[in-house]
Ligand binder design. Structure first.
Ligand code: KIV
Ligand code: NA
Length: 276
């Protein structure tokens, strides 16, 4: 459990058991996620929404990614650390290489994730050749959600399904160690999973993928602005936190916090001397 996972460890899981992947964006949560037994931690550009309050992932910069990735890397002992290549960071091969290397060298990432299908395959291949493992991301790609018609399922009819299939295969052929599929019909994700030699990771892609990924804030109930259909809330930490903070505000108002056990004391004589 404490040994650091490597790419071959992830590849071997094509034969099961399924891989669990989850996002984290800071040191304290990275420790919690890592110790809970997650196989891959993703510093997702979803941080733009859940950590920074943007309404999409488009404004996220390389500096944002490196900043959060470094913090997460310090908290991880076991999981493979994957960092997202943010919007606009893979416009050319040259720029993609520089940015991927930055996420590894400055951010401490083990691998990077690139959104896009067949059209990104040559960029993905170049990053892999430079020695940085790449996870592909097909189906609903949030960075280009506007072009895809919004945050909606991809590949529902045969033509669209063919595109998702070809995208996934192109990325696997380009040398990606894994392909993530977001918001695609479960039967399509199952067929793609069967046909690829590398592990597939699903989010909104049914239970036949080789692994699953979720955004930590969605899983824990910490983000209420938008809860996609594919999210299962395993806890309502947002409500728990609100109740705890309300208790604190009440205790401050009625002076029941801090109690004597939270306070520093001095001898009465010393106070008397002071006041003399
Ligand atoms: O940024 C992110 O959190 C992601 C997952 C939703 C896969 O890319
Ligand atoms: Na992302």
């Amino acid at each position: 459990q404490t040994r650091k996972l490597t790419i071959p460890d992830i590849s071997a899981r094509k034969q099961g058991p399924p891989l669990a992947m989850l996002t984290a964006y800071d040191y304290s949560w990275a420790r919690i996620v890592d110790r809970a037994g997650v196989d891959m931690v993703l510093v997702g550009d979803s941080l733009g929404m859940v950590m920074l309050g943007h309404t999409s992932t488009v404004p996220v910069t390389m500096d944002d990614m490196v900043h959060h990735c470094r913090a997460v890397a310090r908290g991880i002992e076991h999981a493979l650390l994957v960092a997202d290549m943010p919007f606009g960071s893979v416009r050319s091969k040259r720029q993609a290489l520089a940015n991927a290397i930055r996420l590894v060298q400055e951010g401490g990432a083990d691998a990077v994730k690139v959104e896009g299908g067949a059209e990104t395959a040559n960029i993905a291949a170049a990053i892999v050749r430079a020695g940085v493992p790449v996870q592909g991301h097909v189906g609903l790609t949030p960075q280009t959600a506007v072009s895809l018609g919004g945050f909606k399922v991809q590949g529902k009819d045969a033509t669209a399904a063919r595109k998702v299939f070809d995208d996934a295969r192109a990325l696997a052929d380009a040398g990606c160690f894994s392909v993530l599929m977001e918001a695609v019909p479960a039967p399509l994700a199952a067929e793609i999973t069967k046909s690829l030699a590398v592990p597939t990771i699903g989010i909104g892609a049914g239970n036949q993928c080789d692994g699953q990924v979720l955004v930590m804030h969605d899983l824990l109930g910490l983000y209420d602005r938008f809860v996609p259909k594919f999210v299962k809330q395993y806890a309502k930490l947002g409500e728990t936190a609100t109740a705890a903070i309300q208790d604190y505000v009440r205790d401050v108002a009625n002076r029941s916090f801090p109690a004597p056990e939270h306070s520093f004391h001095m001898k009465d004589e010393e106070l008397a001397l002071l006041l003399k």
